[in-house]
Design a binder for this molecule. Structure first.
Ligand code: FES
Length: 181
C-alpha cells in the first residue's frame, strides 16, 4: 500500500496543493512506480487516498500517455502514427518495427525488453518518421537507424548500471518536475 510505504512523501505532495484532489497526477506516478504499472489496485489506492471515484483515475490513466494500464517492457517505443509521419512512410516503419521485434498483440516483445505503442503526433513532424523511447526522441528514422537503436538499447539493457526501466524513468522525471515547482 503506498499509503503506508510512502506516508511522508504523500503528505508532502498533498501539502503542495490547495485541494488534495489536485495531487492526483503525482500520486498516480507514485502508485505506478510502486505497482510497476497503473494496475486496478494502483488506481483504487489513489482513488481512496483522494476520495475520488476510481473511474476518474481510469480516465486520467487513459488520457496521459505516461501511464500504462498493462505491464510494459523496459523500453517503450512510442512510434508516431499520425499524418505527417505516415506521409513519410510512418505506417511501414511501424509495421517493420513490430515485425523486427516480433511483438505480441499487446505490442510486447517475448524477452520483455521492448513494448511498441503507436501514438498520435509528438510534435516532431518536420523530422518524420520518429519515435519516443523512454522520454527521448529519435527522428528521421529508417530501417538502418532502427536496427542501430535496438542494438544500442539491447547493449544498454545488459550493461551494469544501464538504463532505467521506463516506469522508473517516468517516476524520476515526475519527481524532478515536483522539485522544480
Ligand atoms: S505526425 Fe509524427 S510527429 Fe507529428
Amino acid at each position: 500500500m503506498i499509503s503506508e510505504k510512502y506516508a511522508d512523501e504523500i503528505k508532502g505532495i498533498m501539502a503542495r496543493f490547495p485541494s488534495k484532489k489536485s495531487a492526483v497526477l503525482p500520486l498516480m506516478y507514485l502508485a505506478q512506480h510502486e505497482h510497476g504499472y497503473m494496475s486496478q489496485a494502483a488506481m483504487q489506492e489513489v482513488a481512496e487516498l483522494l476520495d475520488l471515484d476510481p473511474t476518474h483515475i481510469l480516465s486520467l490513466a487513459g488520457f496521459y500517455t505516461m501511464f500504462y494500464e498493462e505491464p510494459v517492457g523496459k523500453f517503450v517505443l512510442e512510434i508516431c502514427n499520425d499524418l505527417a509521419c505516415c506521409l513519410r512512410s510512418g505506417e511501414d516503419f511501424l509495421a517493420m518495427a513490430r515485425q523486427k521485434l516480433d511483438v505480441d498483440a499487446k505490442g510486447n516483445s517475448k524477452d520483455g525488453l521492448f513494448s511498441i505503442k503507436p501514438v498520435m503526433c509528438l510534435a516532431a513532424c518536420d523530422n518524420a518518421p520518429m519515435l519516443q523511447c523512454n522520454l527521448k526522441y529519435y527522428e528521421n528514422l529508417d530501417e538502418a537507424k532502427f536496427d542501430e537503436l535496438i542494438a544500442q538499447l539491447r547493449e544498454r539493457a545488459d550493461s551494469d548500471g544501464g538504463d532505467l526501466h521506463v516506469i522508473q524513468k517516468i517516476a524520476a522525471y515526475a519527481k524532478s518536475l515536483d522539485g522544480a515547482a
